[in-house]
Design a protein around this ligand. Structure first.
Ligand code: URA
Length: 238
């Protein structure tokens, strides 16, 4: 059976389908010894597909994991600067080719999903599915004015466009003149929460992701991971 190369690569756990398209366009994939291009079709059973010179193996088993990502760890499968990444953390316990679903800044901690299933990653990260992400942001300022809250909720003008409506609640005021906000967004612009808060005059001091859709980080300890259960996988992909 032939299928699009990016779909095949995603099903082998290389990355999400969109990321696989970028990988093909970057000239990193060969099919039967020839440089592949977007739109190529392959038969996973008989074509020889190579990524960066290594044959891509068909993955049979699918893995779905949640990690409580610590600060200072890069949320990619490979880091060009050689810094410790989230896959290194998982690989200490589990030797599978796994990749993170979407982004989380190096300084952000909290819920990160990882999988070997490119279709699953695609469903969660594709903008049309509007999967929500919830963050706890401790921001500068002992008081967050109504106008700032209103703007955060309604939409903030960033250099790459207006943000979509967000849910924003004040959770706590701290004596050191910082405030804890809970922010839920349904899109994934680069460093979005940090830029939104900065734009309304309340730069982020700490940021933690607590939920993706209705899947919560809960009490998973810092730096630890666990498998998602069937029910959670279903809820994320419904
Ligand atoms: N928004 C940010 O600013 N950073 C993240 O890591 C995630 C969302």
């Amino acid at each position: 059976m032939t299928e699009r190369l990016q779909k095949f690569l995603a099903s082998c756990g290389i990355a999400s389908r969109r990321k696989c398209e970028e990988i093909i366009e970057a000239g990193r994939v060969k099919v039967n010894g020839r440089l592949a291009k977007l739109g190529d079709k392959v038969d996973g059973e008989c074509d020889i597909v190579e990524l960066d010179g290594k044959r891509v193996e068909v993955v049979q088993e699918k893995y779905y994991i949640m990690l409580n990502k610590p600060r200072g760890i890069v949320a990619t499968a490979k880091d060009e600067k050689g810094r410790e990444n989230v896959v290194d953390l998982i690989k200490k316990d589990l030797d599978v080719r796994i990749f993170p679903v979407g982004r989380l800044d190096i300084d952000t901690e909290g819920l990160l999903l990882l999988t070997t299933d490119g279709e699953f990653a695609n469903k969660i990260t594709h903008p049309s599915n509007k999967v929500t992400k919830t963050y706890l942001a401790r921001v500068k300022g002992g008081f967050v004015e109504k106008e700032a809250l209103f703007t955060l909720r309604k939409g903030v003008m960033l250099e790459d466009g207006m943000t979509k409506p967000a849910k924003v609640e004040i959770k706590e005021f701290y004596p050191d003149k910082t405030t804890l906000l809970e922010i839920t967004i349904s899109e994934g612009k680069n460093r979005q929460v940090r830029r939104m808060c900065e734009a309304v005059g309340h730069p982020v001091c700490d940021l933690m992701r607590t939920a993706i859709g209705d899947i919560k980080l809960g009490n998973l300890p810092y730096g630890k991971w666990r498998y998602l259960n069937t029910e959670e996988i279903k809820r994320l992909t419904k």
